[in-house]
Design a binder for this molecule. Structure first.
Ligand code: NA7
Length: 489
């Protein structure tokens, strides 16, 4: 490959100005590629951190790990950063790299079609664009999953999804119902317990809770990080944290490992030691293995659910009526606010955008069985289109920033084959994807995610859609593409 032949005139389109889109834009410009356009359907950057503004929002990955490797942040206030701080971090990065000038806000890409070795793009504003490369950085947890509960439309109070928080609704001394016990529901209940008159947590399935101390960084620590780049780098690459993350990744891929038994012991002891009422303890006890659903980290959820103004209800939601929720046991509880912390449609990725690759194949056709991508980044017959945090990536309690950076390292090597004019198009071969998928599915079924629970990690057939091997193996796979897995023309 002759890098001297780099053609800086290639046009790059990035879909989405969230964490991954920002990364791609920075990396492209850093490499001297200035013909870059980011399309963002909202009016601000930030992706999931823009959309989620609920009380108690916090990242469940340590702050210094949830940070671009090249943009360390001395100012994180806590071990697990509050959501608004994460949003502010991304906004500061966008400002520093002057990315606003290349972002088209309020402009959704509606259609992408590959023709004559280019992607022909249409947007919601009626504009068109023509790109040599498309980077889909559309996020995973993006489309709210709104359940259809009988009578929802009759409710006279406020009802909204956690990712569409209605900030006009006062919370102080209100009667509030939260439906859903994922990370979101747990964070919301923990926050609202402070101000609600009555807080009912509707639990369809209990969760294992990993105790955590979400310590604040002291002023002295922040001053040290501010003044000593080496100290800042070393907290970012903290070897102890690294070892723990790696151990966790072994645990989820090898459910019988000592690492997984250790996690199980911790969460079981947390439940046993924290909940004094035996009846409530049993109601909160999951009947599946720890980390089968995404593990929830909480400092105080178990303490909060024992407060007098908080109740965990496992009777099930039957209907919603004018004044509240009727449980399956017939009890009507009245509420001012109902929060649907019911998660996301994690299989949508860049859909509903219409994407048509070679031979008129649509993304809907390619993904008729399930969303898949070779190594999580490339789809056969969709040349020069790459995904960051696409299907089959390592999404289980890891820093998606780190994952996206590794994917970028890999993708940029594929793009350079076209940039150097060696080839005109590159996409994974069908055989490579099939082989990858076969191995992935075998391993996925054996992972903790396949150990018998319902979660957003599972595809429509109930198979974990995540990267089923260790984090170290992913990092290794992202070092260098195996070109024999690609169709190069
Ligand atoms: P999750 O983890 O998908 O959790 C959704 C929760 O909502 C979960 O407890 C579901 O119960 C519950 N749910 C969904 N539909 C219903 C209905 N119809 N009735 C009752 N309960 C329902 O989403 P989160 O937003 O909490 O977290 C997503 C990720 O964001 C999280 O993993 C972090 O990565 C950040 P179920 O367990 O299916 O019985």
């Amino acid at each position: 490959m002759n890098n001297n032949k780099l053609n800086t005139q290639h046009h790059y389109v990035i879909i989405g100005a969230g964490m991954a889109g920002i990364l791609a834009a920075i990396k492209l410009r850093e490499a001297g590629k200035h013909n870059v356009r980011v399309y963002e359907k909202a009016d601000r950057i930030g992706g999931t951190w823009r959309e989620n503004t609920y009380p108690g929002l916090s990242c469940d990955v340590p702050s210094h790990s949830y940070t671009y490797s090249f943009e360390p942040n001395s100012e994180w206030t806590r071990h697990l950063p509050p959501g608004p701080e994460v949003q502010a971090y991304f906004e500061s990065v966008v400002a520093k790299y002057q990315l606003e000038e290349i972002i088209s806000f309020n402009e959704e890409i509606t259609d992408c079609r590959f023709k004559n070795n280019q992607w022909h793009i249409s947007t919601s504003k009626g504009n068109s664009d023509c790109a040599d490369f498309v980077i889909a950085a559309t996020g995973v947890l993006h489309h709210p999953r709104i359940p259809h509960i009988d009578g929802m439309e009759k409710f006279k109070g406020k009802i909204f999804h956690s990712a569409r928080w209605d900030h006009s609704a006062p919370l102080e001394n209100k009667r509030i119902a939260v439906i859903g016990t994922g990370s979101t529901g747990v964070q919301i209940v923990t926050a609202l317990a402070e101000c609600a008159a009555q807080l009912c947590h509707y639990q369809r399935t209990p969760q294992w809770i990993m105790p955590v101390v979400n310590a604040e960084f002291s002023e002295a620590e922040k001053a040290l990080f501010r003044n000593d780049p080496v100290a800042l780098k070393s907290i970012q690459n903290d070897p102890e944290l690294e070892a723990n993350i790696e151990r966790f990744s072994v645990a989820i891929t090898e459910p019988d490992s000592a690492a997984m038994h250790e996690i199980e012991n911790i969460v079981r002891e947390n439940l046993e030691n924290s909940i004094s009422d035996p009846e409530l303890r049993e109601r909160l006890r999951p009947n599946y293995r720890a980390a089968c659903k995404r593990l929830i980290y909480s400092e105080s959820f178990y303490q909060v659910v024992q407060q007098s103004n908080v109740e965990v209800l496992s009777e099930g939601v039957d209907t919603i009526e004018e004044n509240g929720i009727r449980s399956a046991d017939g009890t009507l509880r009245e509420f001012d606010i109902i929060v649907l912390a019911t998660g996301f449609q994690a299989d949508r990725f860049m859909r509903p955008m219409r994407i048509t690759g070679e031979n008129d194949i649509t993304l809907e056709q390619a993904w008729a069985d399930r969303p898949t991508a070779y190594m999580s980044v490339s789809i056969p017959e969709f040349p020069n289109l790459f995904m960051l945090n696409g299907p089959n990536g390592p999404v289980g309690n890891f820093s998606l920033i780190e994952i996206a950076e590794q994917q970028w390292h890999y993708i940029s090597q594929l793009m350079s084959l076209v940039e150097s004019a060696q080839y005109q198009k590159v996409s994974a071969s069908q055989t490579a994807l099939e082989d990858f998928d076969k191995a992935r599915i075998i391993a996925a079924k054996k992972s903790i995610f396949g150990s018998g629970c319902q979660s957003w990690y599972l595809d429509a057939q109930g198979i974990p859609a995540t990267w089923p091997w260790t984090r170290a193996k992913f990092k290794e796979a992202m070092q260098k593409p195996d070109l024999s897995a690609y169709c190069l023309a």
